[in-house]
Write a protein that binds this ligand. Sequence first.
Ligand SMILES: Cc1cc2nc3c(=O)[nH]c(=O)nc-3n(C[C@H](O)[C@H](O)[C@H](O)COP(=O)(O)OP(=O)(O)OC[C@H]3O[C@@H](n4cnc5c(N)ncnc54)[C@H](O)[C@@H]3O)c2cc1C
Length: 498
Amino acid sequence: YKFIQSPMDFGPLNLLQTTYESSRDFGRIVFNTPAAVLRPQSKTDISLLLSSLSTSSLSRVTVSARGAGHSIHGQAQAVDGIVVEMESLPLEMEIHRREGENEISFMDVSSGALWIEVLKESLKFGMAPRSWTDYLHLTVGGTLSNAGISGQTFKFGPQISNVLQLEVVTGQGEFVTCSRTENSELFYSVLGGLGQFGIITKARIILQKAPEKVKWIRAFYDDFDTFTKDQELLVSMPDSVDYVEGFKVLNEQSLHSSSVGFPGNIGFVPDFGTKEKPKVYFCIEFAVHDYQLEHINVDEVVRDISRQMSYMQVQFYSVEVSYFDFLDRVSMEEISLRRKGLWDVHHPWLNMFVPKSGIVEFKELLMEYISPDDFMGLILIYPLLRDKWDGNMSAVLPEVGSTDRVMYVVGVLQSASPDTCNHLCLHNLLQHQRSFAQTACDRIGAKQYLGHQPSMLHWREHFSRKWDRFARRKSRFDPNYILGPGQGIFTNPQFASS
Ligand SMILES: Cc1cc2nc3c(=O)[nH]c(=O)nc-3n(C[C@H](O)[C@H](O)[C@H](O)COP(=O)(O)OP(=O)(O)OC[C@H]3O[C@@H](n4cnc5c(N)ncnc54)[C@H](O)[C@@H]3O)c2cc1C
């Protein structure tokens, strides 16, 4: 232990030896070993740890909360510090169902809970959260520290817009309950706050009535402008459409892998052109909830919507699935990738928010950056609406084109198996990605989501106008710069040179 002289420094806390898990994540790119691990049994354990660190000579020891460890670039790691494994907090889920017209139902849930657990529990009461991520084996605290987006975000905003209250242990070990009206500065800081201001121990999540079934539709396009026009049409119909996403079909592999979770028979046999002149396609995925109400014919709702769309002739596929299976669709892909040995590989993923005004240029830049014949993975593209995001929260959106209501998220979810991509290959891939992201940022005003910045200067640039507020909040809620070292945003100025 470099700075920790003795575990006795932490009184009754049981600090554990570091494990392989605590120094790795889904990205499999960064492996930072902490000095010790805390598996908290209560919020008091976390408070005790942070208050001991902030009041003693140990204040140079850093601490990272680790959710499910599904970050890409070591964001939940703490080199020579302490990793707090949030999944060991006792699971608490309490549903408060409200029947009144203006009343909101909600769930109080411990932050180490996985969203799949939240879904299972809330469905027992016929309820469910409104806003999701595509994959559900992520923790509540982990996604709320970023934003939490999926095909429902256009309608309800990201997951951070669907929280009523948080319980947080600040960097000084103080236990605080916060909301939009109580200790609001901490509430806004922590949501999208990249684990910099406090450790979330509990969240109060808005619930709505869950549908019985979902109509899940895929429609294909051979033209980008028509694809985005139809996506924008769909997000302008929140009364009938419940979910909108989309992806690029680059090659046979991307068509097949994206079809794993979709239970319909996709009969599309595209012509991908030649190596010199590749042809790519796009697929819109949307969904309509079916509450099995007598007066609503969901097939008719889907027909009405599809009549207004301009997809390729006959390339329209619709299936009906249970709400649970729809939300848990990525687990089918996980099973398939695990079977092929392609889950525990490097994931040099890049996610960017792109202003609507720059989406065509971004698409063209992207085609220079990736080559369709050897790209392994998925490229997601779908629209979000700015006014569903709260500017007081810490999440960063593009400033360019901020008068456009629509912006896009593009996820370049690439896999690189160590069998075919060695250390140097991965290094080159990451370099290439970095320069692509920088160009997209400089030329188009795109912003990274879930990204890693190579220096504090780059972080300043990333936050742009929001930087001063972010830094001020840091010095208020974590003045010893203990929390979230894996993000690489701050170092304690006192120890900067050592
Ligand atoms: C297969 C897959 C699919 C994904 N799909 C989506 C998607 O559709 N939409 C989306 O938005 N994201 C998606 N993500 C990204 C995901 O939201 C982030 O990686 C998120 O950080 C994962 O949560 P986690 O619980 O694994 O957090 P971790 O990776 O463990 O932590 C992430 C960050 O949050 C901090 N943190 C964790 N818990 C707490 C806490 N309780 N209090 C304070 N800080 C905390 C950590 O210190 C770290 O900085 C996906 C990731 C994967 C691997």
